[in-house]
Design a protein around this ligand. Sequence first.
Ligand code: MG
Length: 390
Amino acid sequence: MKKKITLLGSTGSIGDSALKVLDRNRDAFEVVGLSTESNIEKLYLQIKKWKPRAVGIVNPSAYAQFIKSYGSFIKAQKIKLFSGVESLENLAEQKADLILSGVVGGVGIKALLTALKLGRTVALANKESLVMAGELVRQCLKRYGGKILPVDSEHSAMFQCLEGQNGNSIHKIILTASGGPFYRYSGDLSKVTVDYALKHPNWIMGKKITIDSATLMNKGLEKIEAHYLFGVPLKRIEILIHRQSIIHSAVEFEDGSILAQLSHPDMCLPIQYALTYPERKPCPIARLNLARIKQLDFEVPDFKRFPALNLALLAAKSGGTFPAALSASNEIAVYAFLNKRIRFTEIASVVEQVLERHKNTGRTDLESILFADQWARSKAEETIRKFERN
Ligand code: MG
């Protein structure tokens, strides 16, 4: 029996890597669902190759264009076609053994909750959903018996370190961070270009997460992600700068033992592990040569130079609707930077100004979270317009 896979965000960076893994293991997997935000040409090629039963297109005008160009093909193939943001939920409802969520941002939240309410297994790369609705996700997992397999490389590392540890209590999680392209940069961060910010030293990833890595917001989001995934208190998750990205994270147990997971930094590995779990299969990434690497370096992060990290930790501590407001305002600010509307350093300023005005209801139900999300998006947009005028 082949494992049936639905890929949310199949035309993005995670989708590309996932399809490469599936291509190498075609006798073990069947793709039953695919989705894109708006890359319809790429989606069409994927449909022809993988023959899914259902597809979704989030962007309405891309959907209209898709119908025009490929509508008769889809009809002839009897493929279910969904549109809009709801298409992600519609796809999550379709039968599958595993749903890989590789979409970017808060758009993935309802699909994640829908899948978990159906008791499904979700390979999660869409960390923003977990950051926004961590409490809710934990409740769903408990109540409906679904499962999350982390795809984020750090969380995949923690997950691997925790395997076979049944109930052994965790003393501390060590969340490693490359520091991104600007960690050693001595110039003026307010003047860095989009192209420069998109040059990550170790990882090839999508644009939003690459900017988040450059501001270190990503590490803050990942701390919240680890907190909810493994139920470890925030104060027991330590962020450690490790420029080489060889140790992807580590777990320290009560007896003082630290287990770590090491590999060449390549997203193919954590994606493949989530897809083939609990099995390990050959993976064509570069092998580590420890003798050549010789040494691994670590240091505590520079919180002053990277205020986004502090903001994330503050929002994490406050809880309630704060993480949702953080993630939503950051998303808007990152795209404003990518579209050259604001400076690099203004990403954190936008988030800060939104959080300063946010009134935390302390509630973690979906309605409150979505309300905070929408509120933060509009306040972020207002703040960006203010920056544009100056
Ligand atoms: Mg990561």
